[in-house]
Design a protein around this ligand. Structure first.
Ligand code: ADP
Ligand code: ASP
Ligand code: MG
Length: 423
């Protein structure tokens, strides 16, 4: 029996009962002969509450202190979990990200892992302990400051430790039975996927399926670590994410893997940009210099008579203020007309490797949206994904319509959501 890394999300450890339930599951894995490393998230919505609290004392909290605050959430759960395991008669030791050797760059609030040196975890395991590691955090290589990896970052901690410790699997325990063909909170007829390739999972994750964080999938693909996403509540087998189907199960790659949606983005339109070389470069250089990641971009055809064009792009709502401030500064230089900010948008994406070889998927997607009366504002595509932007208040209906149109509805069990607030 090898080493397993298990990650428990916030909804799985939302209260003392949850922590005790998870402790039993961890002890079972240990009793089955595994060496067990556990990565744990903050309890329930603790991280959101800490962010709200910071906002009450400062409108723009300093990155270093903000990270120091947020990592407290995971420290609470790691210590409680270790206590609960000890109470069951097994040895456990908890470690902060820094103690576990999670080394990052120094970009506060969204640091990247650059090295993992889990010497203390190895020692703890060799001494017969279950090692509990606080997720979503590390220490910066240069300044030795505490950093966080961005929302949902405990998934990345788990895969990074699994890679560094050469684990046989990284198990991600959450509040649903695996990865479904759509978010089970929106589509009750969503179907559980038994196996999905890294490539399709990466597209789903980066299109808003927050059951796995895209950075975690990227990391797992790079180091070829199979991920098993499953529920900490039901014990049912979940979804395998890997290069190839696991074991001797013959699972066909689906044409369409699923529908993802994302309401965390906003749209900025720069109105009346002079249509000459260099203006788009100036706009997006300034956005990049502010470390803002953008998603879709559209530039309208210039109206010949005016020589002006509009450029729209989408970005995380959390970066909206920063982007508007940066663009306002460019106004005298570029001479654009105005800026429009719209945070009532949603992105809906259809993902599947089979798209490449099945003409008609795009047409079917647009027809389903049109039949549901949903207007499309922006479109972008990759080889295995089509995304559109629509109004936010139409998103649930649109996702259900597309799910049905592509024959993804399950005719048996409804997808179960065991916990969490979906926040
Ligand atoms: P955790 O607290 O365990 O990290 P998250 O809230 O980050 O859990 O992720 C689990 C949630 O992801 C589910 O409750 C579900 O609402 C959402 N989700 C979105 N898309 C999907 C999908 N395709 N399959 C399963 N869950 C999804
Ligand atoms: N607690 C952090 C968050 O809520 C990290 C995580 O749960 O993965 O984003
Ligand atoms: Mg998560």
């Amino acid at each position: 029996m090898g080493l397993v890394v298990q990650k428990y999300g916030g909804s799985s450890v939302a209260d003392a009962e949850g922590i005790k339930r998870v402790a039993k599951r961890i002890v079972d894995a240990k009793k089955n002969g595994h060496q067990v490393v556990v990565v744990v998230s903050a309890m329930g919505d603790t991280t959101d509450e800490l962010i709200d609290l910071a906002g009450q004392v400062s409108p723009i909290p300093a990155g270093r202190e903000f990270d120091m605050l947020l990592t407290a959430g995971e420290r609470i759960s790691m210590a409680l979990l270790a206590m609960a395991i000890k109470n069951l008669g097994h040895n456990a030791q908890s470690f902060t990200g820094s103690q576990a050797g999670v080394i990052t760059d120094s970009v506060h609030n969204k640091a990247r892992i650059i090295d993992v040196t889990p010497g203390r975890i190895r020692t703890a395991l060799d001494e017969g302990n279950i090692a509990i590691v606080a997720g979503f955090q590390g220490v910066s290589q240069d300044k030795k400051d505490i950093t966080t990896l961005g929302r949902g970052g405990s998934d990345t901690t788990a895969v990074a430790l699994a890679a560094a410790l050469n684990a046989e699997v990284c198990e991600i325990y959450t509040d649903v039975d695996g990865v479904f063909t759509a978010d089970p909170r929106v589509v009750t007829k969503a179907r559980k996927i038994d196996w999905i390739s890294f490539g399709d999972m990466l597209e789903l994750a980066s299109s808003g399926s927050k059951v796995l964080l895209h950075r975690c999938v990227e990391y797992a693909r790079r180091y070829n670590i199979p991920i098993h996403v499953r529920s900490s509540f039901s014990g049912l087998p979940g979804t395998w994410v890997s290069n190839e189907p696991q074991g001797d199960r013959k699972v066909e790659q689906a044409i369409i893997s699923g529908v993802a949606h994302d309401t965390s983005e906003a749209k900025i339109t720069v109105v009346g940009v002079p249509d000459k070389p260099g203006e788009a470069a100036t706009i997006f250089r300034s956005i990049a210099d502010n470390e803002i990641n953008i998603d879709m971009i559209v530039q309208n055809v210039s109206a010949a008579s005016t020589g002006l064009t509009d450029i729209s792009f989408t970005l995380p709502k959390t970066e909206g203020r920063k982007a508007i401030d940066a663009l306002e500064k460019l106004k005298p230089k570029i001479g654009f007309h105005s800026l429009r900010y719209d945070d009532q948008i949603a992105k809906i994406s259809l993902v599947g490797a089979g798209m490449k070889t099945n003409p008609g998927v795009t047409a079917g997607f647009f027809e389903a949206l049109s039949d549901a009366g949903v207007n499309i504002e922006l479109i972008s595509t990759s080889e295995i994904r089509i995304s559109v932007v629509t109004r936010a208040d139409e998103v649930n209906e649109a996702v259900r319509a597309v799910h049905t149109a592509f024959g993804l509805d399950s005719d048996s069990d409804e997808a179960v959501v065991y916990g969490g607030t979906g926040r």
